[in-house]
Unconditional design. Structure first.
Length: 95
């Protein structure tokens, strides 16, 4: 497990307020090698625009799942995973 690649899936919808904090918390709290897939669905609060920016300045992959429910959206991301270990993370981390 110590050398395994981890893929973090983070579904989100209209949660820009907590999403930014969640991403910062994940970045600051882990030293493992991971990639991240954010699945965004039908956001109208600025989440889409923020994620478009993130894809330009990070290696975070964003999947658009407009019209999908949370299970369908998460399954879309699972199909894209390249890690040996999969972690599905809620977009509301409180510290």
């Amino acid at each position: 497990m110590p050398n395994d690649k981890v893929t973090i899936i983070l579904p989100t919808r209209n949660n820009i307020r907590f999403l930014k904090h969640t991403l910062e918390t994940l970045r600051n709290s882990t030293s493992i090698d991971y990639d991240m897939i954010i699945v965004e669905s039908d956001s109208i609060d600025g989440t889409k625009e923020f994620l478009n920016y993130l894809t330009k300045v990070t290696n975070i992959k964003v999947i658009n799942a407009d019209g999908k429910n949370s299970i369908q959206a998460t399954n879309m991301a699972i199909k894209e995973c390249k890690g040996d270990v999969l972690l599905i993370q809620d977009d509301m981390v409180f510290t």
